[in-house]
Design a protein around this ligand. Structure first.
Ligand code: ATP
Ligand code: MG
Length: 177
């Protein structure tokens, strides 16, 4: 086993697979006995996704906090409530990351939250800069900001070649949620 080095990993791009890549990594880390925290900025806890159900079954060691309120355009015009939920999620993530209890922290759809103005890029950069040395941090979402890409150790862009959605096939259980 090599020396432990906490990494900043980014999954971005407009193709499918960003969140699922992060979830695969979460499973891998959990299997190694590492403590994992996933904060979902978009998904709400009103109905349970497969990953939320899995987290319950996996028990302690893998925690999902789904503090999001859904995509901004999907919900009523209550932008302030959206923003408050996202900022609370970011505050929670920030204290966990600087505290260092978790080995792997995933901030899912954080770039969406930045790009639609729910949280500020500066707050996210501040959180990245306060990361404990040993913590692995994964950020996902379309349109990763250049400042984050510069700080990252790994950036993978999912490129859309084909998606069933464009043929009118709706989100499938086990595949999208
Ligand atoms: P997933 O959560 O399935 O890994 P993702 O995180 O890469 O996907 P997001 O940008 O978070 O993708 O989009 C969330 C939803 O949009 C998913 O249900 C996904 O299937 C769908 N989606 C992703 N990429 C595309 C695409 N290129 N065209 C249409 N829908 C897409
Ligand atoms: Mg996603």
């Amino acid at each position: 086993m090599g020396q432990r080095k906490g990494l900043l990993l980014v999954f971005t791009g407009d193709g499918k697979g960003k969140t699922t890549a992060a979830l695969g990594m979460a499973l891998r880390a959990w299997g190694q006995g590492m403590k994992v925290l996933i904060v979902q900025f978009i998904k709400s806890s009103i109905w349970q996704s497969g990953e939320q159900k899995a987290a319950e079954k996996l028990g302690s060691g893998l925690t999902i906090r789904s503090t999001g309120m859904g995509f901004v355009y999907e919900v009523d015009g209550d932008f302030d409530r959206h923003r408050q939920a996202a900022q609370e999620a970011l505050g929670l993530a920030g204290s966990e990351i600087s505290y260092g209890k978790y080995d792997l922290v995933i901030l899912d759809e954080i770039f969406y939250a930045i790009n639609c103005g729910l949280i500020s890029l500066d707050d996210v950069l501040g959180l990245v800069d306060r990361k404990q040395e040993h913590v692995h941090l994964v950020l996902t979402g379309r349109n990763a900001p250049q400042e984050v890409i510069e700080r990252a150790d790994l950036v993978t862009e999912m490129r859309d070649i084909k998606h069933h959605f464009s043929r009118g096939i709706k989100a499938q259980k086990g595949i999208e949620f």
